[in-house]
Ligand binder design. Sequence first.
Ligand SMILES: O=C(O)CCC(=O)C(=O)O
Ligand SMILES: [Fe+2]
Length: 363
Amino acid sequence: MAPVPISTINVGHIDDVQELRRTKPKTVPQRFVRDMTERPTLQTSLSAQNSDMPVIDFSKLSKGSKEDLLNELCKLSVACQEWGFFQVINHEVDINLMENIEDMSKEFFMLPLEEKQKYPMAPGTVQGYGQAFVFSEDQKLDWCNMFALGIAPLYVRDPNLWPKKPAKLSETIELYSRKIKKLCQNLLRYIALGLSLEEDVFEEMFGEAVQAIRMNYYPTCSRPDLVLGLSPHSDGSALTVLQQAKGSPVGLQILKDSRWVPVQPIPNALVINIGDTIEVLTNGKYKSVEHRAVAHEEKDRLSIVTFYAPSYEVELGPMQEFVDENHPCKYRRYNHGEYSKHYVTNKLQGKRTLDFAKVEKSE
Ligand SMILES: O=C(O)CCC(=O)C(=O)O
Ligand SMILES: [Fe+2]
């Protein structure tokens, strides 16, 4: 994703959260303390209640009877309309591979700071080790360390940022990303079928898809009630695939009916969410839902997140199938590369990133 001119950015000193935790375990610097309205303990956040987020059985889509397929497509469609999120089980991504990437990512985050800082995330960029989307000194920081890499096409890669330690992490990321790509391609096919579209419509439209990976490591926090692990946002992708490491506490929350609903991890499942691209293409029928992560007092948490999006050259807008007199066109057409630039620079303004493409209502 295109960087903002670095000369224009002053982000001040950004504490490394793991170091902060190690050296001053009781301290939460002011820059991490959220305004009252953003804190996770407000009445608006549900904690006791489990979410009923739909669970899709991938094997029923790929290998089931015709009846299984139709039932599961129907569930998938409801999930995308009402939740924008679902968990997928029996997804054909090898469990050992998932464990390997988890273990190695944890090992990476446990390395000394000097080692991790060999791959720095420069202000205004979104690849490398550090905090993404920090653009100003006044901005609140997330209680999180991130390590992000562009995966595909090859031109989005920065080879200097691919880690040398642990020895097999880079190789594992490569293999994992190929399997997740396959899953995204398949899910997009089923999403198309569930919308009564040709099954290859998204793949053909997207061209050479852009794929990126981000590991989010949330250290424990002495005051999880004051901070956020990750600020509220919707994803700028078409689809996002999120793996929660084994033993992770509940951390992801999604905004549903104006309440923050926690996502209960299901062992070996992957969490999938609809990103902004699919919301635009379906003219808002499928939702790119806001979500955030909260910190935890006793348990650290790791998530491994893949973003799958169209090629930057692609022009996007609502498909004609989703626009009629009852469903007026909500989004204008735009270039996905331009949108991606906007996404990176605009997250700090607390606006929905899709406002970029909203069609103004004329009275
Ligand atoms: O760690 C999580 O659960 C959320 C991650 C996420 O939303 C993201 O990386 O975009
Ligand atoms: Fe996200």
